[in-house]
Design a protein around this ligand. Structure first.
Ligand code: GLY
Length: 339
């Protein structure tokens, strides 16, 4: 299945196909020097399968985790390219999740003012969300994604077979971002979540496909996030606060988004969402002190004066962007506190 995404300067294709990893040589131009970036949490065979299809591959394996998404890793990628005589006509390929994709994309964006970048996302989270839309970045001085660029990939290749090696918790992590898109933009996708008892490969592939179509529609209208794209931040204000209070390792991002969505919904939507979250084995109330989280939200970049911009969901498949006072926002957060 091929999806084309229009960008401000052109377009790129997303291939969604079982076994695609074994034919990337046909899908991408790998007949050159190729920096393959992966991490030690990704099965080695994936990067090796890509390398086999490249003319001159160089594999770099970074430590798994958010801590890798920093300026030192970014410089390491640049140094590796210089040491291996990479020129403007060579390319970078990410084989991994969001950290690998964001970092590699930013290294490609900045090497010699921009060389080709291909993304082969290997987690559900990166397949449904972060590999699409051209956001690349590294974290800097404690701030997530502070240094980065909008730099769309030349192509994205999604092989649903890679999901088979993911732990269940990682799969659910990615499904939460898809659920976010369903709740805000796609009633039919939400129905899939509601009516599915076993999230097998067929269902997950269908969810990935629907999510890609939603994300395509959003980023084609607002690549630079000046308006509509902010809908993808649904649930993320509280999610980022949970991450900053607990550090990046205790919870997965999707788990934080899952609970972050709840206070932003009407009572009816909240009940429907809770049913799906419980089915996926997720929490539906905060384990942390709500006041600590509220305090962490004060520094959110969506704050302006005493107001904060939030995405709310009055009914499944519909969203609103609202400026509310911080006091109203705080009460919403308190509503998911453990009683
Ligand atoms: N993950 C949110 C976005 O791509 O805008």
């Amino acid at each position: 299945m091929e999806i084309n995404v229009k960008t401000l300067n052109g377009s790129y294709g997303i291939t969604l196909e079982r076994g695609a990893l074994l034919k990337v040589g046909e899908l991408l131009n790998l007949d050159r020097r190729v920096l393959i970036v992966t991490d030690d949490g990704v099965p080695k065979e994936y990067a090796l399968a890509v390398a086999k299809q490249c003319k001159t591959p160089v594999i770099i394996t970074l430590p798994q985790g958010e801590a890798t998404k920093n300026t030192e890793s970014w410089l390491t990628l640049h140094k590796t390219m210089v040491e291996n005589n990479f020129t403007r006509s060579d390319c970078v390929v990410a084989v991994g999740g969001g950290v690998v994709g964001d970092l590699s994309g930013f290294a490609a964006a900045t090497y010699m003012r921009g060389i080709d970048f291909y993304n082969i996302p290997t987690t559900v989270l990166s397949q449904v969300d972060s590999s699409i839309g051209g956001k690349t970045a590294v974290d800097f001085m404690g701030y997530k994604n502070l240094v980065g660029a909008f730099y769309p990939p030349k192509a994205v290749v999604i092989d649903p077979y890679v999901i088979r090696t993911l732990p269940q918790r990682q799969i659910v992590n990615g499904l939460c971002e898809a659920l976010k898109m369903a709740a805000t933009c796609d009633k039919e996708l939400f129905e899939i979540f509601k009516n599915t008892s076993e999230f097998d490969l067929d269902v997950i592939e269908q969810i990935i496909h629907c999510s890609l179509l939603i994300k395509k529609a959003v980023v084609e209208q607002d690549e630079r996030e000046s308006g509509l794209r902010k809908v993808l931040n649904f649930g993320h204000t509280l999610a980022h606060a949970i991450e900053s209070v607990n550090g990046m390792d205790k919870y997965y991002h999707g788990e934080c988004v899952a609970i972050g969505m709840l206070p932003m919904c009407s009572q009816k939507v909240r009940e429907e969402l809770e049913t799906v979250l419980l089915k996926l084995g997720l929490q539906v109330s905060l384990q942390e002190d709500a006041e600590k989280l509220i305090d962490a939200c004060r520094h959110d970049k969506k704050m302006s004066g005493d107001k904060i911009t939030v995405v709310t969901v009055p009914e499944i498949g519909k969203f609103q962007m609202k400026d509310i006072t911080f006091s109203e926002f705080s009460d919403m957060i308190r509503s998911v506190a453990l009683k």
